[in-house]
Design a protein around this ligand. Structure first.
Ligand code: DC
Length: 225
């Protein structure tokens, strides 16, 4: 069976990782969460007091960063310099700074290079902001996921609550709007729907309906399952 690259891009908290993870599970593909990589770099910068505006400090810091993914009890965890940072990269502190860090060109080229090297493993579902436009412009299937801001904020608040983090809907909404703005207006590879990406608004779709939508698309396009 031919294995392809599936690129999933979209705004913050649209459910990209949920859909990508599910697709990878049913297709036996590898799932790569590129947002986790930007979050891991951000966490390193916070922990080492790196001045984001100082290009030399940023370059030196990047030379000391190694990111990889490991399976822990059937869940994929992000490792930063061999430490499991899966929980800490999802903190509000990281969420507040990650878009600024992701707008730095040297950070982007450092991570894009590593993401492109993963192509060798074909059978990949990768989610992020620039996968269909920059990382894998020739990906066989590209999805651009969207949902209403209200629904996205409500979903993200629920995720925080499940982790025991008390945060107002207003705060979550502001963080999402702030990140969307920076992600789509930055100079280097801004968030855009690729010309050949298929738009999927999942505001009123269940996880199962979204999965079926993509699997049906794959059947139509490639006769893959
Ligand atoms: O998907 P996420 O919310 O975990 O991503 C965190 C941030 O990382 C997001 O605000 C923008 C940035 N990002 C990016 O610039 N490019 C990617 N391919 C993935 C994420």
């Amino acid at each position: 069976m031919k294995k392809i690259i599936i690129a999933i891009d979209g705004y913050s908290s649209c459910g990209k990782s949920t859909l990508a993870r599910e697709l990878a599970r049913v297709l036996h593909y590898i799932y790569i969460d590129t947002g986790a990589m930007y979050r891991a770099v951000t966490l390193y910068f916070i922990n080492h007091n790196i001045d984001f505006k100082n290009e030399e400090e940023v370059t030196n810091a990047l030379n000391n960063i190694s990111i990889d993914f490991r399976k822990i009890k059937s869940e994929i965890h992000t490792f930063l310099n061999s430490q499991d940072v899966e929980t800490s990269i999802r903190s509000m502190q990281v969420s507040e700074l990650v878009s600024e860090v992701s707008a730095i060109s040297s950070v982007r080229s450092f991570l894009v290079q590593q993401q492109q090297a993963m192509e060798q493993q074909k059978g990949i579902v990768m989610d992020g902001r620039d996968i269909g436009t920059v990382v894998f412009p020739s990906a066989e299937l590209k999805i651009f996921l969207t949902a209403s801001p209200e629904i996205r904020a409500t979903r993200r608040k629920k995720e925080y609550e499940q982790k025991g983090i008390d945060i107002s809907l207003e705060e979550v909404k502001n963080n999402l709007a702030h990140r969307d703005h920076i992600d789509s207006t930055r100079e280097d590879s801004p968030l855009r729907q690729a010309a050949d990406a298929i738009l999927l608004d999942n505001s009123y779709l269940t996880k199962e309906e979204q999965l079926k939508f993509v699997l049906d698309l794959m059947s139509e396009k490639f006769n893959l399952h």
